[in-house]
Design a protein around this ligand. Structure first.
Ligand SMILES: [Zn+2]
Ligand SMILES: [Zn+2]
Ligand SMILES: [Zn+2]
Ligand SMILES: [Zn+2]
Ligand SMILES: [Zn+2]
Ligand SMILES: [Zn+2]
Length: 465
């Protein structure tokens, strides 16, 4: 039991949680999300180590909490796979979002694809002097980028590892690792700066100490002999632990007299100084250690629907829409004229999806069309015309409505009214080029001229005028 308690305490401390001991129980809080998700219940947890206490989480052989801890530790090596369980009927959601104005869903097929997040939990340890400082970073990656993540409030259940592409997780890990280094950079610099200041002071002290020694190697003989005497006296009265260093000092001083300023001795002191400085730098160095403590892949379904819409009049259209239950984002339908996102759908008689603002009527047939389908208008009356109501005049090339297109009474071809002239005799209409002067001097159409000519011929045959 003691071992389990120690193991559990260590586990939570390593995750940088707040661990508080209260008599026989341990209260842990400030727990990484990656662990909370596995437990499926929010922290704090009150952990007890003997069975049967109410309101507490028992930790021991066969307990849920212990199993979760083991699973979490395994998760450091391979990814823990979780699925967000949404209790929504996507079809209901889509019908709620899609207000159909002048059409109906004729048929519907549905499917889904998974949307993935990876979450990496790193513990970065800063070891220096006698201290160890730990920082926990939990980094969420979605579609190759770092995102803010939080799954609290969602129902998270075990996922299926077959749904997860391990290559993708590896790529995500690289991104997360770089992010993690960036995140702890400031702290690393802060500690590094303090250590640098300390080590510089230490090095200055060491240099001063050795400078004194080097000075002793030079200098006047009398002073040296005096120093030797002092050390000899000291050696006789010193403690055991001092003896060694005093002996060395005496040795140095003696050598110094024999070989005043001997290069070898100076070299030795210099070497010793460098070693001492090296030791100091080692002692004040910062050791940063980053450990991946958990990898979790979280996925959830994004639903997509293929709808076959049928309009009131003959028109129809296939559309694809999708619904993301996490973001509640509903996508796929934009007005095909102004590109505005649609919450109410209109189907134009030409089969286009559009908003109310982009909807109009054909001035001729009264059909409901988007403005794209009503680009043409009658050059005479200005009414907007749909594709099947627009007529073209072969003389001027203009668009006209059926009312303003007439049959030329001479050629029998159709022309717009502005390309025709009225004949005052027969009240028919014809192109200017078919007009000529009648016997009474008035301009009439060729048809009327023909009649006039024929009656003149008959008059001559039957002896008239
Ligand atoms: Zn529009
Ligand atoms: Zn029309
Ligand atoms: Zn249209
Ligand atoms: Zn018209
Ligand atoms: Zn015309
Ligand atoms: Zn005429």
């Amino acid at each position: 039991m003691k071992q389990i308690r120690k193991f559990v305490e260590e586990f939570f401390r390593n995750l940088k949680c707040d661990v508080r001991e209260e008599e026989d129980i341990i209260v842990v809080d400030n727990i990484p999300k990656s662990f909370v998700d596995l437990v499926g219940r929010d922290a704090p947890y009150k952990l007890c180590f003997s069975k049967g206490e109410e309101g507490l989480d028992f930790v021991g052989k066969g307990s849920q909490m212990l199993a979760t801890i083991v699973k979490y530790l395994e998760g450091a090596g391979k990814a823990t796979i979780l699925r967000i369980d949404f209790e929504v009927d996507p079809e209901v959601e889509i019908r709620k979002k899609l207000a159909l104005r002048n059409c109906e869903i004729d048929s519907l097929t549905k499917g889904y694809k998974n949307n993935f997040f990876s979450r990496f939990s790193f513990v970065t340890s800063f070891n220096y002097l006698n201290e160890s400082n730990r920082v926990l970073s939990e980094i969420y990656i979605h579609e190759g980028g770092v995102v803010e993540g939080d799954l609290s409030g969602y129902c998270v259940v075990d996922g299926d590892k077959l749904e997860v592409d391990s290559n993708r997780v590896k790529l995500d890990y690289e991104i997360a690792r770089v992010r993690c280094i960036k995140l702890v950079e400031d702290k690393q610099k802060e500690i590094g700066d303090v250590l640098k200041e300390k080590v510089e002071m230490e090095i200055a002290r060491i240099r001063e100490h050795y400078d004194k020694q080097l000075k002793e190697l030079g200098g006047d003989l009398n002073g040296k002999l005096e120093k030797i005497r002092d050390v000899e006296v000291g050696l006789r009265t010193c403690d055991d632990e001092e003896r060694d260093s005093l002996r060395k000092k005496l040795e140095r001083l003696r050598v110094g007299i024999v070989k005043n300023g001997d290069d070898e001795v100076v070299d030795k002191v210099l070497r010793e100084r460098e070693m001492t400085i090296g030791d100091a730098m080692q002692k004040f160095s910062l050791n940063v250690n980053r450990k991946l403590v958990n990898t979790t892949v979280i996925y959830y379904p994004v639903f997509n629907f293929n709808l076959f819409l049928k309009g009131d009049r003959e028109s129809s259209r296939f559309v694809e829409v999708s619904y993301d239950p996490l973001t509640k984002n509903f996508s796929g339908l934009d007005c095909e004229v102004c590109a505005k996102r649609l919450d109410r759908v209109n189907l134009c008689d030409g089969g286009h999806i559009c908003c109310e603002d982009c909807l109009d009527r054909c001035g001729e047939c009264g059909g409901v069309f988007c403005v794209k389908c009503l680009r043409r208008s009658c050059k005479v009356c200005g009414r907007k015309l749909c594709k099947s109501c627009v007529k073209m005049c072969l003389t001027c090339g203009g668009s006209v409505c059926a009312t303003h297109l007439r049959t030329d009474c001479v050629s029998g071809e159709e022309r717009c009214v502005s390309c025709l002239r009225a004949c005052l005799r027969c009240h028919g209409m014809s192109e200017e080029k078919y007009f000529g002067e009648a016997l009474d001097g008035s301009k009439v159409c060729e048809k009327c001229l023909g009649i006039e000519r024929r009656s003149g011929v008959l008059d001559r045959v039957f002896g008239g005028d």
